[in-house]
Design a protein around this ligand. Structure first.
Ligand code: AMP
Ligand code: MG
Length: 411
């Protein structure tokens, strides 16, 4: 197991992420589900289309279908029949003829063009065409959305609501996906009270596991909540061992620093293989990553902001890899900061900001104010990180900074 503490100084954020991801082997167990169970699941195989979509040439408009060569040098065509969605015209459109057609209806044999009804005058069986058309106008071609045999979605894709619609349009009802992960949550701290309990002197409400459970829901994993465990090495050891029996990954918060009541390190040295990392990031310097006998382990700092940011930027990408899910890199934008940003050189900052447009349509970012690692509202009101490189010092108002939009986990 990698241990950054053997290296002098703090481990750069990018190196910590890369080292951690390299140590994770994705799960391979698959299960069969129906399409309606597919939202948020991860495909275990490529999906090729069994059909053309659309399956036949059809009209993009309500109007009249005809052959362009038929209309040359004449304004009128004779109405010879109708093609409705689901009830195609059975004959062939002949010379001098046109066919009434509705949006989505199959193009009749002998037709290559559709004119919308707003550009036609109809008198009895005679249709007068008021506009010029090119062959193919207002026709949707078979396979123009998806070609039969083409890979529609690759293995490792997390299915979105739109993806489910695409698969339904292919007539696909059964899917193979990777099984769901089981993730255990453990909050540690004598001062933590679960909701519904009275607060004693010096107590606070436990909040990390609630926010983390929400983030894990967005990742579509099963959460096993172990509640609050006291700052006691035997209790922590028992909880970690039980969680390890049930989960693919165990996430704890609190107790990873070097205080008198910080037992996570001690326990993990006894039962697991653990790297205690001091990462050059703010918030979130202390962070533990390692392996228990049967599961991955993430030890988040207790401070709520540090817990959320390390979960978002380190644990979630790690679990995404464990899920066997392939994702695109996060999007970074440049924006003008409206205020000075306090920063000392040393660690990479992930300050919280609100990205919006100024009156000229240029991107600007406003800090959410106090950036203390206990101030959870600094994330609640934000929509992005202001990412400041480690060596950066104070940033004056008006400077251009890198901004990283929040991803799906905080939603
Ligand atoms: P620790 O990392 O255990 O030293 O905790 C650092 C700070 O975070 C302390 O102020 C704790 O009270 C607070 N804290 C730790 N765990 C939680 C939690 N689960 N919910 C809310 N605050 C917490
Ligand atoms: Mg603690």
């Amino acid at each position: 197991m990698v241990d950054c503490c053997s290296a002098p100084g703090l481990m750069p954020f990018a190196q910590a992420l890369e080292t951690m991801l390299a140590a994770i082997s994705p799960i391979t167990e698959i299960e069969k589900i129906t399409l309606s169970e597919g939202l948020g699941r991860i495909l275990s195989n490529d999906i090729t289309s069994p059909i053309n979509v659309p399956p036949h040439n059809n009209s993009a408009m309500d109007g009249y279908a005809f052959a362009q060569s038929n209309l040359l040098n004449r304004e009128f065509l004779t109405l010879a029949g109708r093609s409705m969605a689901g009830q195609p015209y059975q004959g062939t459109c002949g010379k001098g003829e046109c066919i009434r057609i509705m949006t989505g209806a199959k193009m009749p044999e002998g037709c290559d063009t559709v004119e919308m009804q707003e550009n036609c005058q109809v008198e009895g069986e005679s249709v007068r065409f008021l506009a010029q058309r090119k062959p193919g106008d207002h026709v949707r071609y078979a396979g123009e959305d998806i070609h039969k045999g083409h890979v529609v979605f690759a293995q490792g894709r997390r299915l979105s609501a739109i993806d489910i619609g695409v698969l339904a349009s292919l007539g696909i009802d059964k899917l193979q996906v990777f099984r769901k992960l089981n993730v255990a949550l453990i909050a540690t701290g004598d001062e933590l009270k679960s909701l519904g309990q009275p607060l004693g002197d010096g107590d606070i409400y436990e909040s990390n596991s609630y926010a983390l459970a929400g983030m894990l829901k967005n990742l579509n994993v099963n959460v096993i909540d172990f509640g609050v465990i006291a700052d006691d090495d035997a209790a922590i050891r028992a909880a970690f061992l039980q969680a390890d029996q049930q989960a693919d990954a165990v996430i704890s918060s609190g107790g990873v620093s070097v205080g008198d009541a910080d037992y996570t390190k001690l326990v993990l040295e006894q039962i697991g293989e653990i790297g205690f990392w001091k990462i050059a990031m703010k918030p979130g310097k202390p962070f533990a990553f390692g392996k228990l006998p049967n599961s991955l382990f993430f030890g988040l700092p207790g401070n709520p902001v540090s817990a959320m940011v390390t979960a978002d930027l380190l644990a979630m990408p790690a679990l995404t890899k464990l899920q066997n899910c392939h994702t695109a890199p996060a999007i970074t934008l440049k924006a003008k900061t409206l205020t000075d940003l306090r920063k000392s050189p040393g660690r990479m900052d992930f300050q919280r900001g609100v990205l919006s447009y100024d009156n000229d349509g240029a991107l600007m970012v406003n800090s959410t104010g106090s950036q203390g690692s206990g101030i959870l509202t600094s994330i609640a009101s934000a929509n992005c990180y202001i990412v400041l490189p480690a060596e950066q010092g104070r940033v004056p108002a008006g400077a251009i900074v890198n901004v990283r939009l929040f991803e799906r986990f905080y939603a």
